[in-house]
Design a protein around this ligand. Structure first.
Ligand code: ZN
Length: 236
């Protein structure tokens, strides 16, 4: 278990939000994973996605608690469902890879990393990046020689080789009784929570700066209880 900062200072929250605002989903996942004592700076991209996501779960626990509220659309009746899960229930083993055999070929396969997703130009290239080695009998096989069927076996094995990268929520629709597993993405979820907190804080800063002529730094230097008082006073 990694040691992450127990709380997120407001100035740090705003700086994280600003750094991530310009990035796509993968970039935000990396910025978050390297925040608060998670992954070492510059290393998150190389981590298996399951390991990266385990760090993001720890960050959510430290900063915002264990409870996660999710809204999901039922794929059968399109009804809107709300559910609450604990980060504890979303923790599964972090994989490091393992053997895959198909068509007489024995492969050693590693889990997908964020760097793989960013670098691979297509699905085949992504799967090939994850093959550490391949042999048929005594003969080593080069990646270029691997037939599609073998690569499909690699693709099929990936969720099992890195279970934490492929988490889903067991859902049951109250309206139509449909049951399914809804994919859960902690990177997108944690960013959305951070985004909500950052925007709420920025609106508070805006309101107090406008009312009292304070700078952003001055607003942030006022403690939460006094800030709440000044906000209420400014609104009356
Ligand atoms: Zn339904």
């Amino acid at each position: 278990m990694i040691e992450v900062a127990a709380s997120l200072a407001e100035a740090e929250l705003l700086s994280l939000w600003e750094n991530g605002s310009w990035l796509d989903t993968a970039g935000r996942a990396l910025v978050l994973a390297e925040a608060g004592g998670g992954a070492e700076p510059g290393t998150a991209a190389e981590l298996p996605i399951g390991e990266r996501d385990a760090i993001l779960l720890s960050l959510h626990e430290s900063w915002f608690g264990r409870r996660l509220r999710c809204a999901v659309t039922c794929p059968s009746c399109q009804g809107r469902l709300e559910t609450e899960v604990s980060t504890v229930d979303l923790r599964v083993p972090v994989g490091t890879g393992g053997p895959v055999s198909a068509d007489g070929v024995e492969l050693d396969v590693r889990p997908v990393s964020t760097a793989d997703l960013l670098a691979a130009r297509d699905r085949r290239a992504l799967l090939l990046r994850c093959v550490r080695s391949a042999r048929k009998g005594e003969r080593a096989i080069s990646p270029a020689e691997l037939p599609e069927e073998v690569l499909e076996a690699v693709a099929a094995a990936l969720p099992e080789l890195d279970p934490q990268a492929d988490v889903s929520l067991g859902m049951s629709c109250a309206s139509c009784a449909h049951e399914w597993g809804a994919p859960f993405d902690i990177a997108g979820y944690l960013w959305a929570v951070l985004d909500t907190h950052a925007r709420r804080l920025l609106y508070e800063i805006h309101e107090l700066a406008t009312a009292y002529g304070w700078t952003e730094r001055e607003v942030l230097s006022v403690g939460p209880a006094r800030r709440r008082f000044y906000l209420e006073a400014a609104r009356t």
